[in-house]
Design a protein around this ligand. Structure first.
Ligand code: ATP
Length: 285
C-alpha cells in the first residue's frame, strides 16, 4: 500500500453484466500529494468522471480502491467535496442559505452559530460573492452560480476538492476569471484538487500534473505530464512562455495523435486515420 496522501490503487471498473458488460477502467494507479493540483484529461467517454466518482465515494470500483490519508474510501464523505459542471444549488434558497445549509450541518457541533455565520460569509467572500448574499440562483449568472458552488464545496474544508469540468458551461471570459480565482484560493488554502477537463490550456495553466487517459473501453492512464511552471501563474505571461507552449503541445499530441478518436470520423477516413496515428506513434516513440 502506498503512503501517498491520496492513492488510487489498481482500480478496475466494469458496468453491466453479460452482453451489456462494459469494461470502462483498467488498472488505474495514481498517487497524489497533499496540496497538489492534478487534472485528468481524455476524450469523451473514456472514464474520467467514473474515476472522480470513485474517489468521491459515489461509485465503488469493481476491484482496487482509493486510500485517502491511510483510510479506504468507501462512501461519500465531508473530506471530499465535489463541484459539477452544472451548479447544484437549491433554487428556493438564497446564495447565503445554500452555503449555510452545508456549513450548519457540517459544523453543528464544532462551531458556534456566530462562528458558522462568519465562516459562511468568509467562504462567499473568497469567491467574490459577498454582494449577492440574498439573491436566489435564478437571479444570478452561470459564473456566479459556479462561484457559489465552489464556495459551498470549500466551506466544508475538504481534504480533497473534486472538480468535474467546473468551468465547462461558462463563457470564455467568466471561465478565465474563475480559473484565476481557483488558482489563488488553492495557493492560499493548499487544498488538494483533482479536476476533470477537456480544455488543454486550462489543464496546463492550473495543474501541477496532467493525467492523460487513453480511449475506452478499458481506459487507463496513458501518460502523466509534470507541469513545472512557477506559481503564481499569469495567463498573459504564459502565452509567451516556451515551456508552457511545449506542455500544451505534448497534451495536444497525446489527444489528437496518439489517442485520436477514430470512431468519430466518417468511415472512409477511419482506416487512414488509424494508420496515420500509428505511424505518428512510431515516430514519437
Ligand atoms: N452507471 C453507468 N452504467 C453503465 N455505463 C456507464 C455508467 N456510468 C458511465 N458509464 C459508461 O462508462 C464510460 C465512461 O463514462 P464517463 O462518464 O466516466 O466518461 P467521461 O470520460 O467522464 O466522459 P465525458 O468526457 O463525456 O464526460 C462511458 O462509456 C459511459 O457510457
Amino acid at each position: 500500500m502506498s503512503n501517498a496522501f491520496l492513492s488510487i490503487e489498481k482500480v478496475n471498473m466494469v458496468f453491466g453484466e453479460g452482453k451489456k458488460e462494459t469494461r470502462v477502467l483498467d488498472d488505474i494507479n495514481l498517487q497524489i500529494d497533499k496540496g497538489e493540483y492534478v487534472s485528468i484529461i481524455g476524450h469523451s467517454g473514456c472514464g474520467k468522471s467514473t474515476v472522480l466518482n470513485i474517489v468521491a465515494g459515489l461509485l465503488s470500483a469493481t476491484s482496487g480502491g482509493v486510500i485517502l490519508e491511510g483510510k479506504e474510501v468507501n462512501s461519500p464523505g465531508r473530506d471530499r467535496s465535489v463541484v459539477f459542471q452544472n451548479h447544484s444549488l437549491l433554487p428556493w434558497l438564497t446564495v447565503y442559505e445554500n452555503v449555510a445549509l452545508a456549513v450548519n450541518k457540517a459544523f453543528k457541533k464544532t462551531k458556534t452559530a456566530k462562528e458558522r455565520r462568519d465562516w459562511i460569509l468568509q467562504s462567499l467572500d473568497m469567491v467574490g460573492m459577498s454582494h449577492a448574499l440574498d439573491k436566489r440562483p435564478n437571479e444570478i449568472s452561470g459564473g456566479m452560480k459556479q462561484r457559489v458552488g465552489i464556495a459551498r464545496a470549500l466551506s466544508l474544508e475538504p481534504r480533497v476538492l473534486l472538480l468535474d469540468e467546473p468551468f465547462g458551461a461558462l463563457d470564455a471570459l467568466t471561465r478565465s476569471h474563475l480559473q484565476d480565482e481557483v488558482m489563488s484560493i488553492q495557493e492560499k488554502l493548499n487544498t488538494t484538487i483533482i479536476m476533470i477537463t477537456h480544455d488543454v490550456d486550462e489543464a496546463v495553466l492550473l495543474s501541477d500534473r496532467i493525467v492523460m487517459m487513453t480511449n475506452g473501453p478499458e481506459a487507463t492512464i496513458g501518460e502523466i505530464l509534470d507541469i513545472e511552471l512557477p506559481r503564481p501563474r499569469n495567463r498573459i505571461e504564459m502565452a509567451d512562455n516556451p515551456l508552457y507552449n511545449r506542455y500544451r503541445q505534448q497534451v495536444l499530441s497525446f489527444l489528437y495523435e496518439k489517442q485520436r478518436k477514430v470512431e468519430d470520423l466518417p468511415s472512409a477516413k477511419k482506416t487512414r486515420a488509424a494508420e496515420s496515428a500509428t505511424n505518428k506513434e512510431k515516430e514519437l516513440a
